[in-house]
Design a protein around this ligand. Structure first.
Ligand code: MN3
Length: 205
């Protein structure tokens, strides 16, 4: 749905990802942080009707067409909106525990699931300050990358199939400063059905 953007409801109860992610973290993360990205994105676009028909993905893909006066606000808040919408969807209580189909093959080619988890965790740990660690499809290939702040891989023509939020707000209530423990635990709530679907979508384009 294009402008005005709205906060999508969490696709499961706030306490569904416990004990790995607490109800309190989910309430703040979804209701406060994600809501703020949505509100600030709408505020930035308010006086720019040329961009009101674009879906969030297209807005980010065409970020260079966005006027300079609001470009950084759209990068931060449009990225924040897209990244978090994906984040809620790729988590699920009791979801599929392993990648499927073509994604399973692509992960094997990178050294296997344990190796790929390690690469994503390393990317998340190395990211100084706030940002995300990702599995993206880039030119048909699966890659591990990280981005600062709310920068979205779509801006670099990469399609995000999995992303883990390493901003402190994602883990500080539950893990304090232990980002590595959060990253290790996070894999317990990954919804591989959804991640596999995103990979198929990205590689069919
Ligand atoms: Mn966040």
């Amino acid at each position: 749905m294009p402008y005005p953007f709205t906060l999508p409801p969490l696709p499961y109860p706030y306490d569904a990802l416990q004990p790995y992610i607490s109800k309190e973290t989910m309430e703040y993360h979804h209701d406060k942080h994600h809501q703020a990205y949505v509100d600030n994105l709408n505020a930035a676009l308010k006086d720019h009707p040329d961009f009101h028909k674009l879906e969030i993905e297209d807005l980010l893909r065409q970020i260079n067409k966005v006027p300079e006066a609001i470009r950084q606000a759209v990068i931060n808040n449009g990225g924040g909106h897209y990244n978090h919408t994906m984040f809620w969807e790729i988590m699920k209580p009791g979801g599929s525990k392993e990648p499927k189909g073509a994604l399973a093959d692509a992960i094997k080619a990178l050294g296997g699931l344990e190796q790929v988890k390690q690469m994503v965790n390393d990317a998340g740990l190395r990211r100084f300050g706030s940002g995300w660690a990702w599995l993206v499809v880039d030119g048909g290939h699966l890659k591990v990358i990280s981005t600062p702040n709310q920068d979205c891989p779509l801006m670099n023509n990469q399609y995000p199939v999995l992303g883990v939020d390493v901003w402190e707000h994602a883990y500080y209530i539950d893990y304090r400063n232990r980002r590595g423990d959060y990253l290790k635990a996070w894999w317990n709530v990954v919804n591989w059905d959804e991640v596999s679907k995103r990979f198929d979508l990205a590689t069919k384009k």
